[in-house]
Design a binder for this molecule. Structure first.
Ligand code: FES
Length: 293
């Protein structure tokens, strides 16, 4: 019986598996945890894995979707466009060639908890984006020729000493409605004391920032309260670039030897960061706290 090379990421477990076995069989044989709630009956859709495409020099393996049995109707029911490319159900896809398989965080049975604690340091809080409360008087007959934008800029200069600010176009579009919504009170977010990037109606106190630590193995997001500097939530994950190489050198090699390797790795980290943002700010959204990130 023919055997093929299978590598699972991010665990790095690998081995030779007989042709015709499913990816789930291979995972179980190699001790890789994949969520299989329905026990491989093709109904739960939890066992999604991503097949990496291309030649991986470090492992000397050519992996691709064509090394699996064709996608079935059962799988099509579970695989959504938002899952991204290369997704198959591990319990259904049969092995017919060498494979590099990435098990996404949500498909891992014993989900890995990766934590990196943020060290508390005493530093002067000076965020790049600051919020300013602005209250204008209602336009009157002798102030009719001054537009909303000029009046806001004048207020920021007189009350906060902010001179020569520019206005981001999308923020400017919000200005007219925001001013009239909360009786001429707005909160203005200013980047580097240079550019107005956001307008919110009324006075909005909460302000959040995200510090990101992209390590070779781990990616961590620290949600910070920008008024106090406190870290209020932390989320982390395995770096989704791990399938392209466990260390920086092998990732550089992957980018140099695969024409779209760099783009794939960039897409992977952006997707990972978006997931971190989603998770780290979930509590704020469920508690209905407003404010801006
Ligand atoms: S294990 Fe349930 S669909 Fe694959």
């Amino acid at each position: 019986m023919k055997k093929f090379k299978i590598i699972f990421q991010p665990s790095g477990r690998r081995g030779e598996i007989e042709e015709g076995k499913t990816v789930l069989d291979a995972a179980q044989a190699l001790g890789v945890d994949i969520e299989a709630l329905c026990g491989g009956k093709k109904v739960c859709g939890k066992c999604k894995v991503r097949i990496e495409e291309g030649y991986f020099e470090k492992d000397n393996i050519e992996s691709g979707m064509e090394h699996l049995s064709p996608i079935t109707e059962d799988e099509k029911k579970h695989i959504k466009p938002e899952d991204g490319p290369g997704i198959r159900l591990a319990c259904t896809a049969e092995i017919h060639g060498d494979l590099k398989v990435f098990v996404p965080e949500r498909s891992r049975a014993g989900k890995q908890v990766v934590r990196k604690a943020a060290k508390e340091l005493s530093i002067k809080l000076d965020p790049a984006v600051k919020k300013y409360n602005v209250e204008l008087s209602q336009p009157s007959l002798h102030d009719m020729t001054t537009g909303d934008m000029e009046r806001v800029l004048r207020f920021l200069e007189e009350d906060y000493g902010l001179k020569g600010l520019s206005f981001d176009y999308t923020a400017l579009r919000e200005l007219q409605d925001a001013l009239r919504k909360e009786e001429w009170k707005i909160t203005v977010s200013v980047w580097m004391d240079r550019e107005i990037i956001k307008i919110e109606p009324g006075y909005v106190e909460p302000s959040y920032g995200l510090a990101v630590d992209i390590g070779t193995t781990t990616v961590v997001g620290y949600l910070c309260d920008m008024n106090t500097g406190r870290v209020i939530n932390t989320e982390s994950m395995m770096n989704p670039q791990v399938p392209y190489g466990e260390d920086v050198m092998s990732r550089i090699t992957y980018a140099m030897t695969n024409p779209d390797g760099l783009r794939k790795m960039q897409d992977a980290i952006i997707e990972g960061l978006n997931e971190i943002i989603e998770r780290v700010s979930a509590d704020l959204r469920t508690n209905g706290k407003n404010g801006s990130l």
